[in-house]
Ligand binder design. Structure first.
Ligand code: UGY
Ligand code: MN
Length: 256
């Protein structure tokens, strides 16, 4: 076995984190059977959502619905999974995704080796409105079937909204695809938080006053107000998926 040098691209800071695959450490959770879970982003880091990856073992396995009041988005990264929901079942292959509103019963089943990426958030209702009145609904789709738009008119930065952009919804999952040399059009500073996973390609992410080389398989946490910017490098497009909280007044969230 070779001797480890102690070097990694991973870096965990007060308001951001880069977690490269070389730093992943698996855990087993009681309700996930024949599966290894890597919690990438959580409240322990300071985040207000959870991002984790589940690797089902070659013999297949299964996992439970999200916790109470928790909404879940899942994306298939490798292999395929079957979703057993209240109203029937769905088979999802790579790039397939699903969203479950809080309290929506389902089970995730893999019949062989598979890898999924999950984002979960405690749902925040609009003050005075019942959860059922927010228009949340189960979504099952595939990223390749979602139309993209040139972000602020830039054809080198294609944005896709994977979930409905409606006022009742409090989280967004989007993808960005950048042509080589494509950039975010500004150094963004915003109250919304991000959890990001690089699906393909490479580039340089500015996080605060740090510039990090990033590539496929990397996870990034960006706290509220973190200055952020990205440039894609390499010879092929770079694509990432990211979580963002939305549609809630920050003042009301702190002083309800
Ligand atoms: O939606 C966003 O805030 C997005 N433009 N941010 C990002 O990709 N870091
Ligand atoms: Mn942003």
């Amino acid at each position: 076995m070779s001797v480890h040098t102690g070097i990694t691209r991973s870096s965990v800071q007060r308001n951001h984190a880069l977690i490269a695959p070389e730093s992943h450490v698996m855990a087993t959770f009681p309700d996930w059977h024949q599966a290894e879970v890597i919690t990438l982003i959580s409240a322990h880091l300071g985040a207000h959502f959870t991002q984790y990856m589940v690797q089902f073992l070659p013999q297949g396995g299964h996992g439970p619905a999200a916790g109470r009041n928790t909404e879940r988005f899942l994306l298939v990264l490798e292999g395929s999974v079957r979703i057993e929901a209240e109203e029937g079942q769905h088979d999802l292959a790579v790039d397939g995704y699903a969203y479950f509103p809080p309290g929506h019963h389902h089970r995730i089943i893999a019949s062989g080796r598979a890898r999924i990426l999950c984002f979960e958030k405690h749902f925040e209702p609009i003050v005075g409105l019942e959860t059922s009145a927010h228009g949340l609904r189960k979504i099952v789709s595939n990223m390749n079937d979602v139309p993209g738009e040139a972000f602020l008119g830039d054809p080198d930065a294609i944005l896709k909204h994977l979930l409905p952009d409606e006022p009742g919804w409090d989280m967004a999952l989007n993808t960005f695809q950048f042509a080589p040399g494509g950039t975010l059009p500004q150094v963004e500073v915003h109250v919304m938080e991000h959890g990001l996973y690089v699906l393909e390609g490479q580039g340089v992410y500015r996080l605060g006053d740090n510039w990090y080389p990033v590539q496929k398989g990397d996870t990034i946490w960006m706290a509220p107000y973190l200055p952020q910017w990205f440039v894609a490098s390499g010879k092929h497009p770079t694509r990432y998926i990211y979580y963002k909280d939305m549609n809630r007044d920050p003042a009301l969230r702190i002083h309800p």
